[in-house]
Ligand binder design. Structure first.
Ligand SMILES: [Zn+2]
Ligand SMILES: [Zn+2]
Length: 168
């Protein structure tokens, strides 16, 4: 994907977003940045509810065509909708109901929440992501600031990203 192809695809993605928003969501979805991602090989797409960015897998587009792009976009927009309504950013029953109600076809898109726990060093702000919560984070300190355990640089739970970013 060269830069010309990228800008053409992203313009098409913008049109698709606007069309879906109008036809399926009553224009209720907030504005999102829309990107193609070359590196998402294992996922269809992702949504970051904090930076308001939706990414669509370019390899998926190459292999399955535009129809899957539109389906993935609809999937991510359903996450956006539920987030706006204050719901959980997960594949709940409510999620699938809303998705199917809007023409989504539930298929091989499997659940893959990545590294929902983000710990950080209070000194250098270095972030460490974990799939599971650390049992005793206070027993760990930042190795960038001190190779030995040093309570001055003890890690703390910065946020639970599970509610913020999803790979789908
Ligand atoms: Zn540090
Ligand atoms: Zn999802």
């Amino acid at each position: 994907m060269d830069s010309k192809e990228r800008s053409e695809l992203e313009a098409r993605l913008r049109e698709e977003f606007e069309r879906l928003n109008r036809e399926r969501f009553d224009n209720s979805i907030e504005d999102y940045k829309l990107r193609f991602s070359k590196s998402s090989v294992r996922t269809h797409g992702s949504i970051n509810l904090e930076t308001k960015t939706i990414r669509i897998s370019y390899p998926m587009y190459e292999q399955h065509g535009w129809e899957m792009v539109a389906q993935t976009l609809l999937h991510e927009m359903t996450h956006a909708l539920i987030h706006q309504q204050g719901g959980h950013a997960r594949h709940t029953k409510r999620f699938w109901n809303e998705f199917e109600k809007r023409g989504g076809v539930r298929d091989r898109i499997d659940v893959k929440p990545t590294a929902p726990y983000v710990y950080a060093c209070p000194t250098c702000q270095q972030e460490i992501e974990r799939i599971r919560p650390m049992k005793r984070p206070w027993l760990y300190s930042c190795i960038r600031c001190d190779r030995n355990y040093n309570p001055k640089h003890r890690l703390y739970l910065k946020r639970e990203k599970g509610q913020i970013k999803l790979e789908c």
